[in-house]
Design a protein around this ligand. Structure first.
Ligand code: COA
Length: 192
């Protein structure tokens, strides 16, 4: 099912669940990210996605404990290039907690893509997940800002350039903090 969203800058966008057939698209889009965005995503320089990493990023998505969404900005009547990809992965040793990761194409950063994607991802989060626990680079204020808007947040230094971030999520069915700009309209259409 596709979901229609409106970004903070007024653009219309759509999200879909990531599919196994998106594997090569994920690989190609990653190659276009700036080195800084690549480093912020994986907390270390990763210039290319290996097949092993793609197995985890694409094949391991099960829609139950690992949910991943892609976002396309609508350009007139056309679905444009993918602008963002977000995922939530439940921790196997703590079913009430999950990691989260978001990547927005450099050209689309700062337009509200991550905020809209995360709001939708949390609506589709694995059952029983109450908090996000993740690490972000200390020199990545956008990442910290996008997490803080999701709920009460605790940040501790995790050594070196890393911050450990815990976000207590509002109960399911409650709108995420400050997600008012996300104008959501579910659609029954499917990806062709
Ligand atoms: C971090 C990232 C996902 C944010 O995506 P985005 O679409 O640009 O974010 P949004 O436009 O939705 O903005 C989210 C918040 O970050 C803030 N923000 C955006 N760019 C910022 C910047 N350069 N510096 C400081 N804050 C910034 C926004 O103001 C907003 O905060 P607010 O809601 O308090 O106003 C994006 O920069 C990215 O993909 N970076 C590379 C990969 C990465 O760092 N992923 C995160 C770790 S997994």
């Amino acid at each position: 099912m596709a979901t229609e969203l409106r970004l903070r800058d007024g653009s219309l966008a759509m999200t879909w669940a990531l599919l196994p057939t998106d594997r090569e698209g994920v690989r190609a889009e990653y190659e276009h990210l700036s080195p800084e965005s690549q480093r912020h995503r994986f907390l270390t320089p990763v210039p290319h996605l290996s097949d092993t990493l793609l197995d985890r990023l694409v094949d391991d998505v099960d829609g139950v404990d690992h949910v991943a969404l892609v976002l396309f900005v609508i350009d007139g009547d056309h679905v444009g290039h993918p602008a963002g990809l977000a995922r939530i992965i439940r921790y196997s040793d703590d079913p009430t907690a999950a990691d989260v990761a978001v990547t927005v194409t450099d050209a689309y950063q700062g337009r509200g893509v991550a905020s809209a994607l995360l709001a939708e991802l949390l609506r589709q989060r694995p059952d029983g997940v109450e908090r996000l626990v993740t690490e972000v680079a200390a020199d990545n204020p956008a990442s910290l800002a996008m997490l803080r808007r999701l709920g009460p947040t605790t940040v501790t230094r995790d050594g070196g350039n890393l911050l450990r971030v815990t976000v207590e999520l509002p109960p399911p069915g409650t709108e995420p903090v400050d997600s008012a700009q996300s104008d959501r309209t579910p659609r029954g259409s499917t990806r062709s």
